[in-house]
Design a protein. Structure first.
Length: 302
């Protein structure tokens, strides 16, 4: 499989779960590349908003530069890409495989509004945050109304517009690509969807015997300060509660991965940084655990 895969949703529709599913499929079929969640999505949102507001071509150049770093064989999964599909096509061509992920509107709307209220800095033009980190495109960017008219809308009306615009653009721009797969969020973890997704990626591959259901929104953020909500969400956003309970080794591997990531990226992480002292202490813990495991195996009869 040497095509670039782009999977687009509107957020709150299972893009994190889809990322893990694609990685499961990749690993099961010995594919060396990776599925990446929300790669460059903040940059693309912000640059697209600036491009539509100013018409300055430098913002399109910045988008194309980021998109050109994506490699055939990878999968890029997340929300916001539906608004950038023509630029993705310009860089990577019609051979790109497009996955359109879509959740039923009413439950999506409730979840998206809750997400805006929980993480207002990530939803510029939708939340009331004075200095958002991400400026999401809105109806006034497309000339459908003035900024003043947009600001006068209720949050529900703004979110409803975003849902409709995202999926309308995904459907419209699907014609740019040779291979398109539509997945309903409600069936995302079904055997049939996993089988169809595997065949879509590569007809010669076999589907893994795995299900995924990731949802960091199950956590209770209400009592956390705003900055802690972001930290907790980023830490747990790829954690599969069910698989950790039924496959404990996989849960252990998840947290071990967070420790290693926190050490390797400690100078740039906005969350979960791990110091040298902490990684050395963790090494001692692992050494002791390895000794325990060897003792258990030596006493085991099976």
């Amino acid at each position: 499989m040497n095509a670039l895969i782009i999977a687009v949703g509107a957020g709150r529709d299972g893009t994190t779960t889809l990322t893990r599913l694609i990685n499961d499929i990749f690993h099961y079929n010995d594919h060396p590349e990776t599925a990446l969640h929300q790669r460059d999505h903040a940059l693309l949102y912000n640059e697209l908003a600036k491009l539509l507001e100013t018409g300055n071509a430098v913002h399109r150049d910045n988008m194309l530069k980021a998109i050109s770093r994506w490699q055939p064989g990878e999968a890029i999964v997340g929300n916001g890409y539906a608004h950038c599909l023509p630029s993705i096509h310009d860089v990577h061509g019609s051979g790109t495989k497009l996955v359109h992920l879509m959740r039923a509107k009413d439950p999506w709307l409730r979840s998206f509004i809750e997400n805006i209220e929980t993480f207002p800095r990530s939803h510029g033009n939708y939340s009331d945050h004075s200095s958002p980190k991400i400026e999401r495109v809105a109806a006034f960017h497309y000339g459908e109304m003035t900024r003043e008219e947009w600001n006068a809308l209720s949050l529900e009306d703004k979110a409803s517009w975003y849902y409709d615009a995202t999926h309308s653009l995904a459907e419209k721009h699907a014609a740019l690509f040779d291979d398109v797969l539509v997945i309903k969020t409600e069936a995302l973890s079904s055997d049939k969807t996993i089988s169809n997704l595997t065949a879509f990626i590569d007809a010669s591959w076999k589907p893994p015997d795995v299900t995924r259901r990731l949802n960091a929104s199950l956590l209770n953020y209400a009592d956390l300060p705003l900055e802690q909500r972001v930290v907790v969400n980023r830490f747990y956003q790829e954690f599969d509660h069910t698989r950790a309970a039924t496959h404990p080794c996989e849960g252990e591997a998840y947290f071990a991965g967070r420790v290693l990531d926190g050490f390797m990226n400690r100078k740039t992480y906005e969350h979960s940084a791990v110091s040298r002292d902490e990684i050395e202490a963790y090494e001692r813990v692992l050494s002791a655990r390895l000794t325990q495991i060897r003792e258990l195996l030596s006493r085991s009869e099976d």
